[in-house]
Design a binder for this molecule. Sequence first.
Ligand code: ADP
Ligand code: ASP
Ligand code: MG
Length: 413
Amino acid sequence: MARIVMKFGGTSVADLDRIRNVAARVAREVKAGHEVAVVVSAMSGVTNQLVKWCGELAPLHDQAEYDTVVATGEQVTIGLTAIALQTQGVQGRSWLGWQVPIRTDAAHGKARVEEIDGAALIAAMAAGQVPVIAGFQGVGPDGRVTTLGRGGSDLSAVAIAAAVKADRCDIYTDVDGIYTTDPRIVPRAKKLDRIAYEEMLELASVGAKVLQTRSVELAMKARVRIQVLSSFADLPGSLVVDEDEIVEQPLVTGVAYSRDEAKVTLRRVPDQPGIAARVFGPLAEANVNVDMIVQNLGADGTTDMTFTLGRADLPRARQVLEENRPSIGYDSLLADPAVAKISIVGIGMRSHAGVAATMFSTLAAKGINIQVISTSEIKTSVLVGAEYTELAVRALHTAYGLDGPEAPPAEGK
Ligand code: ADP
Ligand code: ASP
Ligand code: MG
């Protein structure tokens, strides 16, 4: 007997037929004698709609109320999944975040999980129940509902797997595993049987949304075994494992893109000590994560400072920067949301020179201009015009020898 956490994403619970399918998969594991806890997302499209409504009422809305709104999608799917389980003879029961409780910090909109007491869930499973837990949500220090950032039910699943000491955390989605890049953009992407935690962490952090970044971070820390697999087909999935469990290590393991970025340039910032702190300090206080940063050398005692941030944070960042304009002293603020970040990731990059150079020459050959570059030990990212996203990803996938045979498009969407 094993203890398994099964997580189903938005497309897997998109309608009643799919919820019945989820229940059948869960019932199969229960009937095989396993203890199962289920985590579900909202029906696909629902969270987007809820987010949109908040933004339409007020671009700079109260983040705590945003959480109250956007957390509702999961309340619907846990109840429906529990009912579907009951119709199949399994004792399903819904659990909201606060009922577990999944305790988080107070950073509404992107709260961090601080503590989960797994005792009640363990007792429920021991009594033959299947807890169906709302992904994406928790409860803050003041008792209010929080959410864990977009895609956060992956994190809910991993955190619960750690809390109940599950043997496995299976992430069911609309592709049958982790690929060398998004198979919806590159039909020749190849499925990876295994990928190292560290590589998956980098890929997720630069936009491969098949797993949410923090879920991988926690899985790595808490030693949770993640498997990504299809909820529509019975196919072997991809395992996220330790680096030494991977036999063949290519130079580049995957290519990722993110269209959720925006570029901000502050023109003519005084070129003097303390300026970066005056720009990035208030942004951090407002919970705005800044990613790539470039600062040009100025000739007249000023410089241009360019950086990227999540596009959803742009209104807030603009407000913060305008409020702090007197202390920073810039001339003007330019915001460009029409950008995309393209990244290559691979542990093999650690020990090989020239990997990034191939990236630059490949993009140059396609006439794609690079606006900003950033690198880490196992990753190189470039910022390009959003219209070049597909072209850049495909060209790099080919350039690093990742293309497989032409495959039919993935199911589900
Ligand atoms: P869910 O709703 O199940 O959480 P998501 O849409 O969040 O599903 O994540 C699955 C999607 O991730 C896939 O449909 C695919 O388009 C995308 N994706 C991006 N990069 C990759 C990758 N490297 N491998 C597999 N899927 C990827
Ligand atoms: N429903 C949430 C979202 O769309 C959480 C998730 O799907 O993981 O972001
Ligand atoms: Mg997801």
